[in-house]
Design a protein around this ligand. Sequence first.
Ligand code: PGA
Length: 252
Amino acid sequence: MRRQIIMGNWKMNMHRHDGEALAKQLAVSYPKANDNNKDNKNIVICPPFPLLHCVHDVIADSGVILGAQDCHYETSGAFTGDVSPAMLRDASCDYVIIGHSERRQYHRESHDLLKQKIIQAMAQGLQSVYCVGESLNDYRAGKTKDVIAAQLNEALCDINGDNITIAYEPFWAIGSGLTPKPDEVNHIHEYIRAICANLFSDDIVNNMPILYGGSLKPDNVADFAPLLHVDGALVGGASLKYHDFKAIIDAF
Ligand code: PGA
């Protein structure tokens, strides 16, 4: 069975005190799996950069894994305000989100830039969660597949697909309370895997998790978690509340 990933993206939320408290609740609920109890579900939290170290201290001996929300494409250098994948590894991150729609929108991140980030993240041993998704206008115009194909083909061509996870997040579903219909999500995930089959080996594509993200909540997760082509979730707002995030984790 493919690995499942339930990832909480805290975005620009949480200070040290509440971040540590939330991480501790999760760490207690999800202890490290021993060999007899190996779980194929990765529970990941992505705090803002300043909280990576203190959150890591809290979850270090648990089954909760650390991720970051973005990275630069160089290892080090004169890039004020940026953080490199090597620094994220040093801070004990295993995952990094790349190409979130808020980065594409507010920081004008291009496919080419995102490709460089993925390559450098991979070189440092990080798992990249590459986000794709269409705007509301594109959705209404029936262009979802075209948009996603371009996002996949342009950023992922000519790279090794090992350590890449895709997150399908329609822009218009993020933080809006709206979602596509479950069968639309299932269909788009199947389509994403078909596009990736032209880019990566069968083995890589068959094992690559594809997550859904956008307004997932405890009261709608049951519509998405059982879908054949959905291998987990990227959760924003609901990942900031322990009970909500736990309900989503446990639904998978
Ligand atoms: P949301 O955000 O769950 O608050 O809609 C999802 C995301 O942006 O990853």
